[in-house]
Design a protein around this ligand. Sequence first.
Ligand SMILES: NC(=O)C1=CN([C@@H]2O[C@H](COP(=O)(O)OP(=O)(O)OC[C@H]3O[C@@H](n4cnc5c(N)ncnc54)[C@H](O)[C@@H]3O)[C@@H](O)[C@H]2O)[C@H](O)CC1
Ligand SMILES: [K+]
Length: 527
Amino acid sequence: MLPVVTAIEMSKADKAAIEELRIGESRLMELAGSEAADIILKALEKNDNPEGCSFLVVCGKGNNGGDGFVVARHLLNRGATVDVVLLCPPETLKPVNREGYLILEAYRHHNEPLRIFHGIEEAIDSITETGYSALIDGILGTGLRITQAGEALPEPIASAITLLNTLRHNSDALIAALDVPSGLDATTGLSASPAVIADLTVTMAFLKTGFFFNEGPLHCGDLHTAEISIPRFIAEPVSTLLTDGEFAAEQFIMRNPAAAKHQNGKVLIIAGSISSTSSMIGAAMLAVKAALKTGAGYVCVSLPLTHAAAMHAFAPGAVVIGRDLDVIAEKARWADAVLIGCGLGRDSASVSFIADLLQRKEIAANKLVIDADALYALALPDLSSLSFGFSDAILTPHYGEMSRLSGFSVESIACDPLDTARTYAEKHRVNLLLKGYPTVIAAPSDPVLLNTTGTDALGTAGSGDILSGMIAALAAKGATTFNAGAAAAWFHGRAGDLAGTISSIVSAEDILEAIPSAIQEIFHIEE
Ligand SMILES: NC(=O)C1=CN([C@@H]2O[C@H](COP(=O)(O)OP(=O)(O)OC[C@H]3O[C@@H](n4cnc5c(N)ncnc54)[C@H](O)[C@@H]3O)[C@@H](O)[C@H]2O)[C@H](O)CC1
Ligand SMILES: [K+]
């Protein structure tokens, strides 16, 4: 799984590479610039023959601008024409960046196809007359900190960013951002005003957390990572990792050909309810079917027995038990994992039923997936300490449920879901899967995982019940609830992707049907 770092973690890794490994700063910058030039040319499909291509490189006063000078030089070396705009007086550049600038000045004495402009005003007429293949943004990188979305950037930075976005809009040129699109906070993904909207971002060494949150995904375009000789071990311990197919596959434990059904993961699902005015049996049905489709060998479901026939019609393989607490506890002892919550109801009788169950040792000591109405119960002040009694549990809130659990507003959770999930998991000593784009999976200690599969296809009634059923199945088959949560999030997202070509019309039934394809593709099994 790839590391995802904050600006502070990146700067620590840079510092460690320079001080511990003694890799010179100008060597890092050289690699950053040469790799970025290569990646940009490949993205333009001009890798073999960049001659005839023109590039505009806008450089700020920090090291991001220093990367820009190196990119400009490597593009020239490959035969391209380059215009460089420097946004600060050259004498104010730090030595490592001045070195890159002075090499470019020296190139000018050799009749290279290079123009260097000092400030936008000096450049504007020439720039508007030139047709560029790509506009390269070396204005701001990980050094930018913003405290709130829409914070105004000072001149000349603001005009330079606006110029890049306008040129992009009025021409065929792509914007390639170096390390981070300028104006985007690399840690939080909050964007300043203005901020570059890139077609591609070539980020140095490691992905940055800000690419995945808030406005980050809108600004980055295609993400590429440049290997700049900062080894992964220097960034350890990594606090955040990106889930991938290989990780998901490792958590999916295949059936032993000789095993019987009760050896292939036994799941108990306590879900669904009916009242005089409504029925939420569908939530139980979706969770049961999802667990079966994710490979659970045996699924038992506790629901009002009046609805046993409906459940049998939908999922004939499932065993139905009623609501007797002792019968449920006995089944929990038998099960390899227990899911509680989907559609159980929020009235006082349902809350006390959930509270009784969560205090039963057969349940609290088992692998436990807690969703929906069980999260509602757990958010009540009298019950919030119950999570300390769980052995291996995962809570699966969406932002609204997280708001009830944590007391924070939905807006503040949306602003920093990574920190919200990490802090809650640490404080309550429980695993937490915070549903969103991306989904964050946190344990009481690092690393936190991010899952980026899935689209708005998953934003449909019943989608969460399916995810919970999938987590319970993977946990029952042998994964820890943390790993099961992260892997299920991966498969669930892929199922959403595969469920229909138009994400806006994907339903819970479509996601269910796509689960086998999502699992098969990980193992490269053709349908
Ligand atoms: N060894 C290394 O550090 C390497 C870094 N690489 C590249 O360098 C940048 C990070 O460089 P840094 O000099 O730290 O910062 P920036 O170039 O991003 O410049 C930031 C600039 O902006 C100012 N600033 C901060 N906040 C604000 C604000 N709210 N409003 C206005 N201005 C602000 C700040 O003072 C700085 O002057 C990294 O992204 C890489 O591109 C190399 O890649 C390799 C080695
Ligand atoms: K940049």
